[in-house]
Design a protein around this ligand. Structure first.
Ligand code: ADE
Length: 222
């Protein structure tokens, strides 16, 4: 590893910081923060709620089920985050976004720009907030109760690609979905050689690097 590391600041706007914090405070994501590669900051949307009840949601114009996040608290939270990180990219997880893929994770990691990630709740958000958003991502064709899990997926997939986070320099180069294609990583095995009668393929035990590479290539395709 060479050169100086620029810390990527990630600010997460959420009504449930306690849901997100434990995940970011464990394992590689925590180590990345410990090494000064990334920092996580939480902005509680409730702090920007309106009135004595700190209201953040309201009913949709035109009728319909559920509540929407109001624009005033969300935009105030984004503006606070931007004041700390003016060049940050503002990301909004939503089923209305582009499908999030490995190529997007690579792009975000390579850009190394600070990130502000909004976690919507309830039935959605007032569409006018998208004026403050740079990129909308859908993390799969299913509907979740909020943006916290998508935010963690985005953070996890980006941070592990930042230089100095993964153990092996090539760990991220040999894995699945490299070009957003259907290629997935080959199956792997560790000790014991025989587990309840299930044996590790012979080819992986014979030490012939060429044969192992061919076997791995053949088993990389879905
Ligand atoms: N919020 C709810 N469902 C979602 C999804 N599939 N992707 C991104 N954000 C979401």
């Amino acid at each position: 590893m060479s050169g100086t590391i620029t810390e990527m600041k990630i600010q997460i706007i959420t009504l449930f910081p306690e849901v997100v914090q434990p995940y970011l405070h464990a394992s590689m994501l925590w180590k990345a923060q410990d090494r000064g590669i990334v920092s996580y900051q939480f902005i509680n949307l409730r702090d920007f709620g309106l009135g004595p009840r700190k209201q953040v949601d309201d009913t949709p114009y035109g009728g319909g089920d559920g509540m929407l996040l109001k624009p005033e608290p969300l935009v105030a939270a984004i503006e606070l985050a931007k004041s700390k990180s003016p060049d940050a990219l503002v990301l909004l997880p939503t089923p209305r976004g582009d499908i999030y893929k490995q190529s997007e994770a690579k792009k975000l990691a390579a850009d190394n720009r600070d990130l502000i990630i909004i976690c919507p709740r309830y039935e959605g958000y007032d569409e006018r907030i998208t004026t403050w958003v740079d990129k909308r991502y859908c993390i799969g064709k299913y509907v979740l109760t909020g943006g916290e899990l998508p935010a963690m997926i985005i953070i996890d997939s980006v941070v592990r690609l930042l230089p100095g986070v993964l153990g092996g320099e090539t760990s991220a180069d040999i894995e699945s979905f490299q070009d957003d294609d259907e290629t997935v990583e080959y199956p792997q095995y560790t000790r014991p050689e025989d587990f309840r009668g299930m044996k590790v393929p012979d080819v992986l035990l014979n030490g012939h690097h060429g044969e192992i590479a061919t076997w791995r290539q053949a088993h990389s395709k879905r």
